[in-house]
Design a protein around this ligand. Structure first.
Ligand code: PLP
Length: 426
């Protein structure tokens, strides 16, 4: 017999398994609201026009070859990605305090960051929100970190449990790592306000907690790349350490290209050179300090290379070249922001339409969270039993926690979903 005959069948991934079940359903009315991928009003996957154009430019450029990228990836891509998340005028970038490596989309970037921390950081506990993206605990545990949770979502208000969050982070051991969703929290669609972010920042800095941002939806929440990066930029602006894992899966529609980045910003000085000279007494000391911090970034990068090389050697070239082409060219960048905003706006309009459809049906309960929540997902509050009912009777597929992808909805399918929700709760 086979040496593997005694293996047990592993369960499907709870998120990707939804699509497996959907594909098996022969019903013509079936609806997949499980996948975290954008769909057009016609229910089709979307390749952005600006991405098509960038690819055309790349194909036509005869000088391009298929050589390996460096271990850290495409240099232009890394620089531009750090600017995109930290801000073009970020003092951390200007002082060379940021080490950036290209990663295998968001997941791979999180994993490399986690492996780096497991090897080189003194506190191996990472706090993740409750609930969070289902892959987070697995990625961090397998990287060698010890995972704990902090309160995040309040089922009663279907909003943020801010008090619980502050209490749990306040009780975390000094130096602990904290995973923060930069915007459009998955699966809840609930984000802190900027005032709440400021309180979180102050608490974390006062306790020396290390922020690790997961930025999988920059631009997808509000439609603005800058607005969605605000929480990250608040943490970078205070001069403290900060990690950020970026994904271009959603905001550039590059899902299968697996393109993302990990940036690690080292601590630095926030005061102006003049102020520091007053304190330090000489400009040479300041220059020494700036030089020393740049030196840290170079050490960080050197250690990231040791994480990456035995894992996948170096990252793929195509997706990163598309992103770099677009970010480098101000006209293409502007085109991207327009197409990105159109995707975000369509999702916001789906929220409104679903809310209106439930109001029109007189569906019992308060459904205002559908329009209050932000980003790709709505955390409906439907329980596992209700979800199973909707799948069985209405052929609607979603994760069992009641999360639906608003990007998978269209004006045509909203009534079907509203009928199903109405039937499930009455
Ligand atoms: N982080 C969050 C919160 C996500 O929702 C996702 C995708 O669903 C990811 C990270 C990683 O996605 P990818 O590896 O496709 O970039």
């Amino acid at each position: 017999g086979s040496v593997f005959a005694s293996l047990v069948q592993a369960p499907e991934d709870p998120i990707l398994g939804v699509t497996v079940a959907y594909n098996k359903d022969p019903s013509p009315n079936k609806l997949n609201l499980g996948v975290g991928a954008y769909r057009t009003e016609e229910g089709k996957p979307l390749v952005l026009d600006v991405v098509r154009r960038a690819e055309q430019l790349l194909v036509n450029d005869q000088s391009r070859v298929k050589e390996y990228l460096p271990i850290v990836g495409l240099a232009d891509f890394n620089k531009l990605s750090a600017k995109l998340i930290f801000g073009a005028d970020s003092p951390a970038i200007q002082a060379n305090r940021v080490a950036t490596v290209q990663g295998l989309s968001g997941t791979g970037s999180l994993r490399v960051g986690a492996e780096f921390l497991a090897r080189h950081y003194h506190q191996l506990t990472i706090y993740i929100p409750q609930p969070t993206w289902g892959n987070h605990p697995k990625v961090f545990t397998l990287a060698g970190l010890s995972v704990k949770t902090y309160r995040y979502y309040d089922p009663a208000t279907r909003g943020l449990n801010f008090q619980g969050l502050l209490e749990d982070l306040g009780a975390a051991p000094s130096g602990a790592i904290v995973l923060l969703h930069a915007c459009a929290h998955n699966p809840t669609g609930v984000d802190p306000t900027l005032e709440q972010w400021e309180q979180i920042r102050q608490l974390m800095r006062s306790k020396g907690l290390l922020p690790f941002f997961d930025s999988a939806y920059q631009g997808f929440a509000s439609g603005s790349l800058d607005a969605d990066a605000q929480p990250v930029r608040m943490f970078v602006a205070d001069g403290g350490e900060c990690l950020a894992a970026q994904s271009y899966a959603k905001n550039m529609g590059l899902y299968g290209e697996r393109v993302g980045a990990l940036s690690i910003s080292d601590a630095g000085i926030t005061a102006s050179k003049e102020v520091i000279i007053n304190i330090a007494g000489s400009s040479k000391e300041v220059d020494d300090f700036v030089c020393k911090t740049a030196d840290v970034a170079s050490k960080v990068e050197s250690q990231l290379k040791l994480v990456i090389r035995p894992m996948y050697s170096n990252p793929p070239i195509h997706g990163a070249s598309i992103v770099a082409t677009i970010l480098k060219d101000s006209k293409m960048y502007d085109e991207w922001t327009v197409e990105l905003k159109a995707m975000a706006d369509r999702i916001i309009s789906m929220r409104k339409q679903l809310f209106d459809a439930l109001s029109a049906r007189g569906t019992p309960g308060d459904w205002s969270h559908i329009i209050k929540q932000i980003g790709m997902f709505t955390f409906t509050g439907l329980n596992g039993e209700q979800v199973a009912f909707m799948t069985k009777e209405y052929h609607i597929y979603m994760t069992s926690d009641g999360r639906i992808s608003m990007a998978g909805l269209s004006s045509k399918t909203v009534p079907h979903l509203a009928d199903a929700i109405h039937a499930a709760v009455t």
